[in-house]
Design a protein around this ligand. Structure first.
Ligand code: PLP
Length: 329
């Protein structure tokens, strides 16, 4: 990993190497954590975090779904992220807030163990490779089905859920593919291991609905709006596996991957990135980088000079903290 200076933990800015946990941390044993993946981009108007509040709202909802009481408000976490970027001297980065059940009690009903919260920021390039956005990727349908809504909560971005994604990703990566596509428990197309999926058929854009065990992707929502604003029809409906092979175009969306065309699935050639994918992708990239006036409201601008307490590079740690809410009993 490319390290930066500081990580925010429970209201304090700690040096990167000192942001540690106890080995009996509950989340380490049982996966009791919820997290977000967010990106900040440099724009002409300064650094901006894409749909920051929506991500933090989803974090709060994920926490609630797994009975984790967040000790910080969404606004406190938002401010902490701005301050962290400032102190780390970052104008663009990947942002990872994580809330997890910490050290204090073991077992499966460990309500007395605290909920710890961290925010880390680091530089992270194209998740599916530098060529993925331009050339497209090769995907394979995994033999692993997406977590069933009868056994977990696909709507929550929960740490434990990612064991499912890791099985799928490992299977297809070992077989030489770039990304896994998971089917839901009924056998319909669900999503990538870390992305939502879109399929173009007869000029219409299809994407699986919420009932297909998807994560309610923030980029999915953004791309649906952009596509509709550009005049395309977007239909949320179940997609059969064979429709992947019959598709005119397929693409994936996610914070880490951004928007990536799929050029091959299960050794069926889908073709190079298609016209519709290209059209939406260009607008989406404009939105991310603050070049689309109509989507500027999606950007949370970070004033990297404001309140710069550690100098421009923000290299020193500080024990100044951002208040922690005392959780209700
Ligand atoms: C399983 C899964 N689906 C979809 C997504 C896309 O969500 P978003 O666009 O909010 O990053 C992600 C990434 O967070 C993911 O991990």
């Amino acid at each position: 990993m490319d390290q930066v200076d500081l990580i925010w933990k429970n209201g304090e800015f700690l040096p990167w190497d000192e942001a540690k946990v106890h080995v009996l941390t509950h989340g380490l044993h049982y996966g009791t954590g919820v997290f977000e993946g967010i990106r900040a981009y440099e724009t002409e108007r300064g650094p901006a975090i894409f749909r920051h509040r929506e991500h933090l709202d989803r974090l709060a909802k994920s926490a609630g779904l797994y009975y984790l009481q967040l000790p910080f408000t969404t606004e406190e976490m938002r401010e902490a992220t701005h301050e962290l970027m400032r102190r780390n001297g970052q104008r663009s980065c990947y942002i990872r807030p994580l809330a997890f059940r910490g050290y204090g009690e073991m077992g499966l009903y460990a309500n007395s163990a605290p909920v710890d919260v961290i925010i880390a920021t680091w530089p992270w390039g194209a998740y599916l490779g530098d060529e993925s956005a331009g050339r497209g990727i090769r995907a394979k349908v995994s033999s692993w089905r997406r977590n069933s809504p009868g056994g977990a909560i696909p709507h929550a971005k929960a740490s434990g859920s990612y064991l499912n994604s890791i099985l799928a990703k490992t299977e297809v990566a070992n077989a030489g593919y770039d990304e896994a596509i998971l089917l839901d428990e009924r056998g319909f197309v669900c999503e990538g291991s870390g992305e939502n999926i879109f399929v173009v058929r007869d000029g219409e854009i299809l994407t699986p609905p919420h009932t297909a065990s998807i994560l309610d992707g923030i980029n999915r929502k953004s791309v649906i709006q952009i596509a509709r604003d550009l005049g395309y029809t977007v239909v949320e409906r179940d997609i059969a596996r064979a429709e992947l092979y019959l598709a005119e175009e397929v693409f994936l969306t996610g914070t880490a991957a951004e928007m990536v065309p799929v050029r091959e699935i299960d050794d069926h050639d889908i073709g190079g990135p298609g016209e519709i994918t290209r059209h939406i992708q260009a607008k989406f990239m404009d939105a991310l980088h603050g070049r689309a006036e109509e989507y500027l409201e999606w950007l949370d601008f970070v004033d990297v000079s404001a309140g710069d307490r550690n100098g421009a590079a923000g290299t020193e740690s500080s024990d100044e903290s951002i208040g922690r809410i005392t959780p209700a009993a």
